[in-house]
Every structure is written in structure tokens, then in C-alpha cells.
Write a protein that binds this ligand. Structure first.
Ligand code: AMP
Length: 216
């Protein structure tokens, strides 16, 4: 099963992907995560990526395409995959189409998670991640930077804020989404594979609706 999640930063693409992973055992391909891995590696390329990400702008289309292409070629993606955060503009959507044709891949579902921008700003600026596991916390639950991760056995996991979740960068990321990513909604709607979902509430309600669609 091949799925793509579309939506503005903080809409819950990552959370929904993780639920689908548990259900179907297919891997998630998150370009944001792949880029952050490159940054962690400390290469010159990683430093360039970090500079771009800290402004909220996009890294180059060629770079993300090569990361995605490499991932899609791996055995773990043979039974399907979840794309999260790619494509993010029309040019990336067209390149992905060509890549799918080349690799004989059929994209079955595109889920757009629609959440009001005010909610997204609150979510992103309050979001806290764990240094060790995939736990996602939030300051509005009283959690703070430096707190120990809530999950059992997650020692030495501590909570931190992503550099690009600071208020000014979040606003830039939402502007970039509006200008560059929103136009690809029509691109997928015209292919008849787009499902518009209302997000922003309990993630389990949204995931049960998504699972109902993919299992039908
Ligand atoms: P995310 O973790 O998906 O919110 O992505 C974090 C940042 O990584 C974005 O604000 C961009 O700077 C960069 N990024 C992630 N995916 C892409 C992409 N498909 N194209 C260009 N830049 C990306």
C-alpha cells in the first residue's frame, strides 16, 4: 500500500504515519527526518541544510528527490510506504510522478490533513521532541525543554524544541506552505486519489477514519 500525507507543518502527518506503520508494517519516508539525519551526521551538506531549515525555507528539489529515490529503492519499501513531507511543491510532485513511473509504483491514497493555521502555530511552537525516541510532547501539557521523556524505559531521553518550531520560523513555514505546497492539492485531486480529512482534534479519531478508507 502506497500512501502520501499532505498538510501544513504540525497538522499531524508524522503522528498519523506512525499509526499506519503499526497497523501495516510499512515504512515512513519523511524528508524532514532524512534531512535532520544528514544534519546530525555533521557533514558540510548537513550544515548547509541546517542553515536553510532554520529559516523555514525549502532545501533544493534535487536533494530531496535523491533522498526519496534512494529510500524507495530499498527492499523495505517493496510492500509499500508512507510519504510524509514530500512532495512540497509542484515541481517535486511532477518529479515524484516520473519516479513512480520509472519504478512502476502506483500511488493509491493521498490524505490531506486540514487544520486551521492558528491551531498549527500553537501546536508547532509548543511542540517538544525526545532526544531518544519518537515521543511528541507539548508545552501546553505543562512539559518543558529539558524534562525527562514520559515514556517508560526511555532513559536518557530528554525533551527539546526543534530549532524551526520557534514562532518566527513557524510563521515562515506556514507562508511557504500556503504559497508552494497548497497548489499540489489540486494536482492530486485531479488524479482522483485525494482524501481531505479534518485534523486538529483527537489523533485516534482521524486515524480510525483513515484506516476505514484504506481497509475498504
Ligand atoms: P518537516 O520535518 O517535514 O516539518 O520539515 C522540516 C524542514 O525540512 C522544512 O521546513 C524544510 O526546510 C525541509 N524540508 C522537508 N521536506 C522538504 C521537501 N520535500 N522539500 C524541501 N524542503 C524540505
Amino acid at each position: 500500500m502506497n500512501i502520501l500525507f499532505l498538510g501544513a507543518p504540525g497538522c499531524g502527518k508524522g503522528t498519523q504515519s506512525k499509526i499506519i506503520i503499526k497497523e501495516f508494517g510499512i515504512p515512513q519516508i519523511s524528508t524532514g527526518d532524512l534531512l535532520r539525519e544528514e544534519i546530525k551526521g555533521g557533514s558540510n551538506l548537513g550544515k548547509e541544510i541546517q542553515d536553510i531549515m532554520s529559516t523555514g525555507k525549502f532545501v533544493s528539489d534535487d536533494l530531496v528527490l535523491s533522498l526519496v529515490s534512494k529510500k524507495l529503492g530499498q527492499d523495505e519499501c517493496k510492500e509499500g510506504f508512507i510519504l510524509d513531507g514530500y512532495p512540497r511543491n509542484i515541481s517535486q510532485a511532477k518529479s515524484l510522478d516520473s519516479l513512480f513511473i520509472e519504478k512502476n509504483i502506483n500511488l493509491e491514497y493521498v490524505f490531506l490533513i486540514d487544520v486551521p493555521f492558528e491551531t498549527l502555530i500553537e501546536r508547532c511552537t509548543g511542540r517538544l521532541l525526545c532526544t531518544t525516541c519518537d515521543y511528541i510532547g507539548n508545552m501546553d501539557r505543562g512539559e518543558k525543554v529539558g524534562d525527562k521523556c514520559e515514556r517508560d524505559n526511555c532513559e536518557p531521553g530528554k525533551l527539546y524544541q526543534r530549532e524551526d518550531d520557534k514562532a518566527e520560523t513557524v510563521k515562515n513555514r506556514l507562508n511557504v506552505y500556503q504559497e508552494q505546497t497548497a497548489p499540489i492539492i489540486d494536482f492530486y485531486a485531479s488524479k482522483g486519489i485525494l482524501h481531505k480529512m479534518i485534523g486538529g482534534n483527537d489523533p485516534s479519531i482521524l486515524s480510525s477514519k483513515i484506516l476505514e478508507i484504506v481497509k475498504s
